[in-house]
Write a protein that binds this ligand. Structure first.
Ligand SMILES: NC(=O)c1ccc[n+]([C@@H]2O[C@H](COP(=O)([O-])OP(=O)(O)OC[C@H]3O[C@@H](n4cnc5c(N)ncnc54)[C@H](O)[C@@H]3O)[C@@H](O)[C@H]2O)c1
Length: 236
């Protein structure tokens, strides 16, 4: 029970890695606040909020409600993210803007909304969802790669700014994970992805959730400003 009584906000909680993170955090004893733009029942969640993280007013309202009820916020997992892929020459401004809005601006909104509280508490953890694409780039993902590199910039900057106040900030860079996000990938490409990984399989969402749980817990009390790659060794 490494997260006993911790008040933890998880964004993008309705499915995939976010849903697995809610379940894992609940199993570790956390009070889980599940945030998603789609409503629904989320396993392990104590409360759910239908929030579009690109809308600052909605984010602020959710954070105010959490503080009114619980009086503190211990962990924020900035997991919500989207893809809208196209090669550079084909990418529309709308595709570019949509991905920047959720994956960068949304992460900024949520983090800024909780940072003051965490600093006054003298403790807190912010975890950002990067990707191997945020370390190495990827064909067809100009917008997504920019955001996943960008959240590493957030991580390093905020760990310097908030570290002195007792707040740790880290990022996780998953490889390929079996979630609805990759549901549209053709089987032939999935097979190539599996071949690329020394473990010869994709990650389960729970295998990313476990790393978030570790980083959120006091077991990671001296880990700050880092990026943990969870890719089965695909980039070796
Ligand atoms: N699946 C992978 O292979 C993989 C690999 C590396 C990194 N990631 C990252 O991990 C995170 C989760 O990925 P996933 O595969 O579980 O994604 P997913 O598409 O399965 O789920 C994302 C969730 O985020 C929610 N969401 C999207 N936009 C939102 C918004 N504006 N406000 C609130 N909620 C919003 C969606 O409704 C959805 O429930 C993402 O940031 C993704 O970039 C995923």
């Amino acid at each position: 029970m490494r997260l006993k009584s911790k008040i933890c906000i998880v964004t993008g909680a309705a499915q995939g890695i976010g849903a697995a993170t809610c379940a894992k955090f609940a199993a570790e004893g956390a009070t889980v606040i599940a945030v998603d733009r789609r409503a629904g029942v989320i396993e392990g969640a104590s409360e759910t909020f239908e929030v579009d993280i690109t809308d600052r007013a909605q984010v602020d309202k959710m954070v105010a409600a959490v503080l009114a009820r619980h009086g503190r916020i211990d962990v924020l997992v900035n997991n919500a993210g989207i893809t809208k892929d196209a090669r550079l020459v084909k990418m529309t401004i709308e595709q570019f803007d949509d991905v920047i809005d959720v994956n960068l601006r949304g992460v900024f909104h949520c983090s800024q909304a909780v940072a003051g509280t965490m600093c006054s508490q003298g403790s807190g953890v912010i975890l950002n969802a990067s990707s191997v694409v945020g370390l190495y780039g990827n064909f067809g993902q100009t917008n997504y790669a920019a955001t996943k590199f960008g959240v590493i910039g957030f991580t390093k900057t905020w760990s310097r700014e908030l570290g002195p106040k007792g707040v740790r900030v880290n990022a996780v860079a998953p490889g390929f994970v079996e979630t609805p996000m990759i549901a549209t990938v053709p089987e032939k490409v999935l097979e190539q992805m599996r071949e690329q990984v020394p473990l010869h399989r994709l990650a389960k969402p729970s295998e990313i959730a476990s790393v978030y749980a570790f980083l959120a817990s006091d077991d990671a009390s001296y880990i700050n400003g880092t990026v943990i790659e969870v890719s089965g060794g695909m980039t070796l």
